[in-house]
Write a protein that binds this ligand. Structure first.
Ligand code: PAF
Length: 251
């Protein structure tokens, strides 16, 4: 049985956690590294996406990958591309800010599955909406989510973090501060208020969205915090950051 860990490279401990989880499932773990142009609505973001292939091979191998696969564009997309649709969920939140982003994600994930033919694939919960959309693809591949790995101050690990300035890096923990302050709130309304007031304390952070949603439908939550998740996205130093936390989860 082959387990696939799809990545766009610039690996860090969060990716290593995915690879380690994959190794608990199988002795055959393929890590793919492909910066997928189809999921970038902004050419500049695609070009600036960090790339560190040599280091990636080391980190993936150390974490237990048995194959690091770095396909080129033509291998993933030979000939004309048939872009798949991520459906209505692909238009909400992250999808509203990044039109066609999730269509690009499901298109590449589908291609990676077609080529590697894994039994299972592992993705991070940090991209919670992405994980939900990939699960909704209803492919034969079992989809496994792995909890977010965080820095000492709670900042979710992300390949984009290295583009933050020193000051921006300090400010960036406001997202986790907001989630951690709100996750045990007695109601959705109070949790939302805590999140928004915490985010407002950090002038370097430009909020794109902050919401508390039903984990299954992504509809805005109203009363009970049961099975709800807080999601936040925004920018610091022009770097897009996102994070989420299950309500009621002890962190
Ligand atoms: O999460 C990512 O790194 C990417 O969106 C993925 C799933 C590898 C598809 O390109």
């Amino acid at each position: 049985m082959t387990v696939l860990v799809p990545t766009m490279g610039a690996l860090h401990k969060g990716h290593q956690a995915l690879i380690k989880r994959a190794r608990t499932l199988s002795k055959e773990v393929v890590v793919s590294i492909f910066v997928n142009p189809l999921q970038f609505e902004n050419k500049d973001d695609f070009e600036k996406y960090p790339r560190s292939p040599e280091r990636d091979i080391q980190l993936a191998t150390l974490a237990g990958a048995t194959e690091v696969w770095m396909p080129d564009y033509d291998e993933v997309y030979p000939g004309d591309i048939t872009k798949l649709s991520a459906g209505p969920l692909g238009k909400l939140f992250e999808g509203a800010s990044r039109p066609e982003h999730f269509d690009g994600v499901v298109t590449v994930v589908n291609r990676l599955f077609e080529i590697v033919k894994p039994t299972a694939a592992v993705f991070g919960e940090k991209d919670f909406q992405q994980l939900a959309i990939i699960k909704a693809m209803k492919s034969k591949v079992e989809i496994i989510g792995v909890p977010t790995v965080r820095e000492f101050d709670g900042l979710a690990l992300s390949s984009r973090n290295i583009r933050l300035t020193e000051a921006g890096r300090v400010s960036a923990n406001v997202i986790h501060r907001a989630l951690a302050a709100a996750h045990l709130a007695p109601s959705v309304a109070i949790a939302q208020e805590i999140i928004d007031s915490t985010l407002a304390t950090e002038p370097a952070f430009t909020c794109d969205y902050s919401a508390i949603i039903d984990e299954a439908t992504f509809e805005l939550a109203t009363d009970s915090t049961r099975n709800k998740r807080a999601i936040i996205a925004g920018w610091i130093d022009g770097v897009r950051l996102l994070d989420n936390m299950q309500m009621g989860e002890r962190r």
